[in-house]
Ligand binder design. Structure first.
Ligand SMILES: [Zn+2]
Ligand SMILES: [Zn+2]
Length: 246
C-alpha cells in the first residue's frame, strides 16, 4: 500500500524545520505526486502562521509550481486550522480561505480562543478533565459538536488526528464528516485515528487520508505507521483518498 500524496506537512512558517521547497524536494524523492503545505492556523500563539506570511507562502508555492511543473509533482497550499470555540469557529477567515487550496482542521493546545467562556471550556477544562471521570461525557459531547459545527460552517477537507489531544465521538463525527465530504485522518505521527477508532469510523461511509504530519522534510511521505493501522483495521482501498490504486 502506497500513498500518492502527503497532505499534511509543516514548514518553517509554523514550527517545521524545512522550507516549502525542502518539503517539495522530499516529496519528490519519496516518489509522491502531490504534497500539501499545511502549517498551523494563526491563532496558535506559539507556532501559528503569521497572517502576513500567507500571501508570501502563496507566491512561493506559485513560483515552485512553475519551477517543478515538469517534475511531476503537484504542490498545494493549505492550513491546519484550529478550532477556537464550541460554536465551531475556526481561525481561518474568508480572506485566508481564498488563498488556500486545502483546509485541514484539528484540535491543539496553545490556541487563543474566541471568547473567555470558550477559553475556559476548550483549552483549560479539556486538558484538566482528561483523566477525570467527572465532566468527561459532557466535554466529549461539546468537543464533538464543536467539530460538527465547524464542518457545517467551513469547507473542511480533512480533520487531522481526530481523537488525539481531545476525545471525540468518532462515530458521530464520521457520520457528519461523510455528509460534508470531509475525510478523517489516519495520522502517522499521532496515535489517532487508532485501529479501534478506524473500525468505528468504518461503520459510517466517511473516507480517510493517511498523512505524515511531517515537521521536518525527511519525514515527508513517512506514513508507514498510518498504513499499518489502516491494514490492521481492514480499510478498503476505495475509502482512502490518497492511496495509490493499481
Ligand atoms: Zn495537528
Ligand atoms: Zn500538523
Amino acid at each position: 500500500m502506497r500513498i500518492i500524496g502527503d497532505y499534511h506537512t509543516h514548514t518553517i512558517y509554523s514550527h517545521g524545520t524545512g522550507t516549502i521547497r525542502d518539503n517539495v524536494e522530499a516529496a519528490l524523492n519519496k516518489g509522491l505526486k502531490e504534497v500539501a503545505i499545511c502549517d498551523h492556523g494563526p491563532k496558535h500563539y506559539l507556532y501559528g502562521i503569521k497572517k502576513k506570511d500567507i500571501s508570501k507562502m502563496r507566491e512561493e508555492v506559485e513560483r515552485l509550481k512553475e519551477e517543478y511543473e515538469d517534475r511531476g509533482i503537484k504542490i498545494l497550499l493549505g492550513v491546519e486550522a484550529n478550532i477556537i470555540g464550541f460554536d465551531g469557529t475556526i481561525d481561518v477567515d474568508e480572506k485566508l480561505l481564498k488563498e488556500i487550496d486545502i483546509l485541514l482542521l484539528g484540535y491543539h493546545y496553545g490556541v487563543t480562543p474566541n471568547s473567555i467562556m470558550n477559553g475556559l471550556g476548550m483549552y483549560i477544562l479539556n486538558p484538566i478533565s482528561k483523566g477525570l471521570p467527572l465532566g468527561r461525557k459532557s466535554s466529549l459531547e461539546l468537543n464533538t459538536k464543536a467539530f460538527i459545527k465547524a464542518i457545517n460552517k467551513y469547507p473542511v477537507d480533512l480533520i487531522t488526528h481526530p481523537g488525539s489531544k481531545v476525545k471525540l465521538d468518532i462515530k458521530e463525527l464520521a457520520r457528519e464528516a461523510y455528509k460534508h465530504g470531509t475525510a478523517l485522518e489516519i495520522n502517522s505521527s499521532h496515535s489517532q485515528l487508532s485501529v479501534d477508532n478506524i473500525k468505528i469510523a468504518l461503520e459510517e461511509k466517511v473516507e480517510f487520508m493517511i498523512n505524515s504530519d511531517a515537521h521536518k522534510p525527511e519525514d515527508v511521505g513517512n506514513v508507514e505507521e498510518g498504513i499499518k493501522r489502516a491494514i490492521e483495521a481492514e480499510v478498503p482501498l476505495q475509502r482512502i483518498r490518497n492511496i495509490l490504486r493499481n
